[in-house]
Design a protein around this ligand. Structure first.
Ligand code: FAD
Length: 116
């Protein structure tokens, strides 16, 4: 069982962190300047050194080596992060998320208005 005044376990930390990361990507600029691109790239590399789950952090560092952050636009960053998350889903035996739906999930809400 989990209580909301107890330390986060790996799964709670994971789902809250994904929520933060996808929301950050959802509000990244459509036309970032060079500083924003380089800061976002640094963010993910630094984040991957301090994420407080060792196996997760090591795995993310490996992923960043062959798939560096795509910081060219909101769309590129959100799609890149969706693919990164799907790699983790695959490893854990969780269903793949349809990356076409990422802006509905994390920015706009579902087309049926269920988030309004
Ligand atoms: P989560 O995977 O946490 O997803 C939360 C919500 O995000 C879902 O309900 C769904 O609506 C949405 N979503 C799902 N997939 C996508 C996607 N591709 N794009 C956009 N939105 C999506 N756990 C381990 O046991 N081993 C690991 O190596 C590991 N590595 C991790 C690395 C990182 C960087 C992070 C942030 C977490 C990692 N975790 C790892 C935790 C794991 O990914 C899950 O967060 C945890 O298992 C809880 O899963 P969940 O079912 O709550 O859904």
């Amino acid at each position: 069982g989990t209580r909301d005044d107890c330390p986060l376990d790996k799964d709670e930390l994971g789902s809250k962190t994904w929520g933060f990361l996808h929301t950050m990507a959802a509000y990244y600029p459509d036309q970032p300047n060079e500083r924003q691109k380089s800061d976002m790239n640094s963010f993910f590399h630094t984040f991957s050194k301090f994420y407080p789950c060792n196996v997760c952090a090591e795995d993310l560092q490996e992923q960043l080596k062959h798939s560096p952050p795509e910081t060219g636009s909101q769309e590129k960053l959100s799609q890149w992060l969706c693919r990164i998350h799907n790699e983790v889903n695959k490893k854990l035996g969780k269903p793949e998320f349809d990356c076409k739906l990422v802006n509905q999930r994390w920015r706009d809400g579902w087309l049926d208005g269920s988030c309004d």
